[in-house]
Design a protein. Structure first.
Length: 442
């Protein structure tokens, strides 16, 4: 006997039935609408890339999570990989810009809503296959671009109805200045930043322990660094500590410029300098940010500036910045109505007699021509109660009843599935009558 487990999707992936699928599509449509208002253009890239395109772009931790595709055909026995499922949408963008740069406007503003894959351990809110909603601006080093990315993400989250979200803002230059100010040896810097990126997941004590035992940092330096980054007045402490660092001052200027550019659009309570924000991906070079919301582990959006990435891929180097919405974490926050309220159709059409089935299909076709979702009863029962139960289960607002009596009179009975009220209309006028009922008031 087959086990029910064999029919479950692969670990870390999901099936989406109609109600949830349409809720997701509604959210995607909202996001597309916001991005389009900012003049961002859509871009679609393949689900997989050459492995050499992806490898080395995400840091040691990220590279371990790339889903590799083994060589095929005569090379299958080698056990080597030459392709990989895309890990994110940023590196594929950089490859596309390197390939088509001369055909693209400057700056190039694009968005992509598509699935990505991570060979991660699945858990609550963590999947191996999930959708990212990315937006990027390529070809300009102006801080106005960083501000526009943040503003567009803010508007998207606001339009979706995400409650109480906040932007945490920092700069990689602030972090590099921090390493200087706290006398972190240059050869340890990258590893130290990777560990500091865990401050939102581990206790300060655990981070200090990893800095000392795992990264080789002096205990007093590790303790002082973590203490200052996690203090209630961390922003003030770090600003004071960076006064002697030119790199750190450059980073603070980037942060302050972005705050100034967005202050009239984003409420102050929704965005703030957050010095313990690290963002571990190697390709970030300037402004970095994450968006958090109550009750959600980790971030619901993130991004930053990544000048130099396109040049690393072999194309003409070009400055760039971007961001991504973590839609899988955002969707549970949205009040989109109960699944029980899902309606598959708006109008149901009965088939009370086999001899009348063709006319029922003709009636349904006329209603569909008016742009209204319409379904015809496809079951074998000709009982009125069975067909009403079906219409109700489909979530239909109205049911068009067409039986022998209606056929004899050249009419259709229109039943309001909420009130139960029924009215008779001429067969040839039924579609227009339904269209009027769905027309906006006024």
């Amino acid at each position: 006997m087959a086990s029910s487990k064999q029919f479950e999707p692969a670990s870390g992936t999901r099936d989406f039935l109609a109600a949830e699928y349409e809720k997701r599509e509604h959210a995607f449509a909202t996001i597309r609408g916001v991005f389009a208002r900012y003049g961002l253009q859509p871009l679609q890239t393949p689900a997989f890339e050459r492995l050499d395109v992806l490898a080395g772009k995400y840091g040691d931790e990220g590279d371990k999570l790339i889903f590799k595709i083994l060589r095929r055909g005569e090379h299958e026995a080698s056990g080597e990989a030459d392709l990989a499922l895309r890990y994110d949408l940023t590196v594929p963008l950089a490859r596309a810009v390197a390939a088509y740069g001369s055909q693209l406007p400057t700056p190039y503003k694009r968005y992509t809503i598509a699935p990505v894959w991570r060979a991660d351990r699945p858990g609550k809110g963590r999947f191996r296959e999930f959708v990212q909603c990315d937006l990027d601006i390529v070809g300009s080093s102006s801080p106005l671009c960083d501000a526009e990315i943040v503003l567009a993400l803010h508007d998207a989250l606001d339009s979706l109805g995400v409650p109480e979200f906040r932007f945490l803002l920092n700069s990689r230059q602030v972090l590099f200045g921090l390493l200087e100010a706290y006398d972190v040896p240059a050869e340890l810097g990258s590893g130290v930043l990777i560990t500091l990126d865990k401050l939102d997941k581990l206790s300060p004590e655990a981070v200090v322990a990893e800095l000392v035992a795992g990264r080789g940092l002096a205990a007093d330096v590790a303790q002082g660094l973590v203490d200052d980054l996690t203090a209630p007045d961390a922003a003030e402490r770090i600003r004071e500590g960076l006064k002697a660092s030119e790199t750190g001052q450059t980073g603070l200027a980037e942060v302050d410029r972005l705050l100034a550019l967005t202050k009239d659009t984003i409420p102050a309570a929704r965005i703030a300098f957050t010095p313990n924000l690290v963002r571990g991906l190697d390709y970030y070079t300037g402004i970095i940010f994450e968006v958090v919301a109550p009750g959600v582990p980790g971030s619901i959006a993130s991004g930053g500036r990544y000048d130099g990435l396109i040049g690393r891929l072999g194309g003409k180097d070009s400055p760039a910045c971007g961001g991504s919405l973590g839609i899988e974490r955002i969707l549970p926050l949205l009040d989109q109505g109960a699944e029980a309220d899902y309606a598959q159709i708006d109008v149901a059409v009965t088939v009370m007699d086999e001899d009348l089935a063709a006319e029922s299909f003709r009636l349904a076709d006329r209603v569909r021509q008016a742009g209204i979702r319409t379904g015809v009863y496809l079951g074998s029962s000709r009982k009125f109660a069975s067909q009403m139960k079906w219409a109700s289960g489909q979530g239909a607002r109205f049911c068009l009843i067409y039986g022998a009596a209606e056929h004899a009179d050249g009419a259709v009975t229109v039943r309001d599935m909420v009130s139960g009220e029924q009215t008779r209309v001429a067969f040839d006028e039924a579609a227009a009558d339904i269209a009027r009922r769905f027309a906006p008031a006024g």
